[in-house]
Design a protein around this ligand. Structure first.
Ligand SMILES: Cc1ncc(C[n+]2csc(CCOP(=O)(O)OP(=O)(O)O)c2C)c(N)n1
Length: 665
């Protein structure tokens, strides 16, 4: 580790450094992140962009007393390095290691956890309100990206600031990028602020503040450089932005500062890589008895050529070469990712059916809907980080005869729950929800695992909920969904699919019909029926093979539908088996296994049900899916052990004695 970073293990030590040393520290931190993250990857680009900003924040404020609330908090690595976690930094996002996000249980300097976008301004305002209630004097700083302004909650908070508190500091970290290029009117508006000198709001009280500071006595003698810095702020970063100003249609270029209209003083835009300027500006913000937003311009990936050239890829990535940024090519023979099969199928469906369109909430790459953008841009919508809006927008289109497909990760769709119930389901609209990352997002952890969607959808009337066992079935399910008149949800996981060929022409599936993969052999062995939902079919198959080898008589079912359940097939195997095992990549509470149990109760079946799935707790992050599945028993070994245990001391019953009411199928 390099010199200054070695010296600094807390914000207190950071405050002892001279301006030049702080600058050196910034360089060392960049290098540390580039090398340390190369092995496992992480959110490199956003963090390279906030090095100076984070140093300045810790130089001026005093956490944990003062509070930093980070939006998404994927840009918190520098903060981690400066708050006593540098020795564990190499463990970030791996099993037992540091979280990739802010985590209250990890450090007293992380006052608020996050990873879903748009939460910082509201949470910070709540902290301010509590401070004001208590009559204490903490500074509260919310740090949010330009893409957070595509999110409704951010505006709900801004709308509420002025009436709630007089001391609120918000830092808009504007790098023009969401994960992909930021979208929408707000993004164009921010560009206007940056490229038009008349919007520069550093003059006035801030400059007077700087001039009042006694020369030489300013914190670390930085401020005297600030005026100079502020003059350079536009030229260094702002003017690199290429877009010309667009007229506002009223003969001008618009002249209202949206933040000021909402009761926050606006300051900026300033160069977010100019440490002296940042320090002085934050010192000023500390003195403000008025809510303030500081517009800071940063470059995603600063200091690493490869990341600057490709901000989207380096937003978050796996292992890479620390010298060149090159990433490891996918091994030949690896099946396509589920998301890619989704994207390719979208293109095919849109080519054949004019009613189909694709909608993403700022995740064109993560969902692979960018394949549709490329092939048929007029059938593609990126609405920004706005899941609620995405669903309502889709509902509107559905009322006009369209089959909109919302490609939204399972975890992010949680945000749009009311829109699903109140708009899509209640009006019974044919919106299709393709829920990517349904299952684990291992390195991200509990904020990103998609383990709740069956539970939060299964009880909503009118909904159809499916999970494909492989990528060919995913295409069939998407095709089937475009023929439905109800809201349809399809859940599939992250990562490579099963490697089965995808037919040219997908086929229609019968809604609510399961697929029987293997029937009982009636060979005299103890009868066990396995129901393996979606991607758990692989586990189901292996379990079936091993149990069969041990002499059990095994049936294997691909349920396909978590709703409507195939009541006939489920009851048939429930009655004819001596034990049933349900496999799901989902929380056990309220999940697919629960649906089976509900049916068994309704039919008064007493066959024991062994449920494999995720326990009733938040599952931590880990290096990979296998580590976590092993820990929580989502394994073939555990399935077999539990089946064996079920039969210990259980007398062998002949079919006829045990199950007199066999149904025929
Ligand atoms: C509700 C929600 N939807 C989508 C995401 C995925 N996501 C993570 S970071 C990000 C972009 C953040 O951009 P910005 O806030 O501008 O920060 P930057 O990475 O540019 O610093 C998105 C869309 C998320 N975290 N939360």
């Amino acid at each position: 580790m390099s010199r200054y970073l070695e010296m600094v293990d807390s914000p207190t030590q950071l405050k002892k450094l001279t301006p030049d040393q702080l600058q050196r520290l910034a360089e060392e931190i960049r290098q540390e992140m580039i090398t340390a993250l190369a092995k496992n990857g992480g959110h490199l680009g956003p963090n390279l962009g906030v090095v100076e900003l984070t140093i300045a924040l810790h130089f001026v404020f005093n956490t944990p007393k003062d509070k930093f609330v980070w939006d998404v908090s994927h840009q918190i690595y520098v903060h981690k390095l400066l708050t006593g976690r540098k020795n564990r930094f190499g463990t970030i996002r791996s099993t037992g290691g540091l979280s990739g996000f802010a985590l209250r249980s990890e450090s007293e300097h992380d006052c608020y956890g996050a990873a879903h976008a748009g939460t910082a301004l509201s949470a910070a305002l709540g902290i301010c309100a509590a401070r004001d209630q208590r009559g204490t004097d903490e500074n509260v700083v919310a740090i949010f990206g330009d893409a957070a302004l595509t999110n409704g909650i951010s505006f709900e908070a801004l709308n509420n600031v002025a009436q709630t508190t007089s001391r609120f500091i918000a830092i808009l970290n504007d790098n023009e990028w969401s994960i992909a290029k930021n979208v929408g009117a707000i993004s164009s508006y921010l560009n206007k602020l940056i490229t038009h000198p008349s919007y520069n709001k550093l003059a006035g009280d801030f400059v007077r503040f700087l001039r009042r500071l006694p020369k030489g006595e300013v914190a670390l003698k930085l401020a005297h450089k600030a005026e100079e810095g502020f003059k350079g702020a536009l030229t260094e970063v702002g003017l690199q932005r290429s877009n010309a100003l667009e007229p506002d249609g009223r003969g001008g270029y618009g002249n209202s500062l949206i933040f000021e209209e909402m009761g926050l003083r606006y300051l900026g835009p300033i160069d977010g890589h100019n440490l002296p300027l940042l320090v002085s500006t934050l010192e000023f913000a500390k003195t403000c008895d008025h809510p303030i937003v500081i517009h800071v311009l940063t470059q995603k990936g600063k200091g690493f050529e490869a990341a600057l050239k490709n901000p989207e890829k380096f937003h978050g990535l796996g292992p890479y070469d620390a010298a060149t940024g090159a990433t490891v090519p996918v091994r030949a023979g690896t099946p396509p990712n589920w998301q890619d099969v989704f994207g390719q199928t979208m293109v095919k469906l849109c080519q054949k059916d004019n009613s189909v369109v694709g909608i993403t909430a700022a995740m064109p790459t993560g969902t692979s809907l960018k394949l549709l953008e490329k092939a048929m841009p007029h059938r593609y919508y990126d609405v920004g980080i706005a899941e609620e809006h995405a669903v309502l927008f889709a509902c509107g289109m559905a009322t006009m005869g369209f089959h909109p497909v919302c490609a939204i990760y399972s975890t992010f769709l949680q945000r749009a729950y009311d829109c699903i119930v109140h708009d899509a389901a209640l009006q019974d609209l044919p919106v299709i929800f393709c829920m990517d990352r349904a299952g684990l997002s291992p390195q991200d952890g509990p904020t990103h695992h998609g383990l709740f969607d069956i539970a939060y959808l299964r009880h909503v009337p009118n909904c159809i909920l499916m999970a494909p066992k492989d990528e060919d079935e995913l295409a069939d399910m998407m095709f089937t969904a475009t023929h439905e008149r109800h809201p349809v949800f399809i859940r599939y996981p992250r990562g490579p699919a099963e490697g089965v060929p995808v037919k040219d022409q997908p086929r229609l599936l019968e809604v609510g019909k399961a697929e029987i993969i293997q029937r009982f052999a009636n060979n005299g062995g103890r009868k066990v029926a396995l129901f393996a939902l979606g991607n758990m079919m692989r586990l189901g198959r292996e379990t079936a093979a091993q149990l069969t080898a041990e002499g059990y008589d095994v049936a294997l079912v691909n349920p396909r539908f978590a709703k409507p359940l195939d009541a006939g097939v489920t009851e048939f195997f429930g009655r004819s088996a001596e034990a049933v095992v349900t496999f799901e990549d989902h929380a056990l509470v309220g999940g697919y296994g629960s649906a089976v149990l509900e049916l068994f109760n309704e039919k008064r079946l007493t066959t024991p049900v062994i449920q494999l799935g995720w326990p009733d707790q938040f599952i931590e992050h880990g290096t990979n899916v296998d580590d976590l599945r092993r820990k929580y028993g989502l394994t073939v070994e555990n399935a077999i052990a539990r089946v064996r245990a079920e039969f210990v001391n259980a007398p062998l019953l002949h079919d006829t004695e045990a199950r007199p009411q066999l149904l025929t199928l």
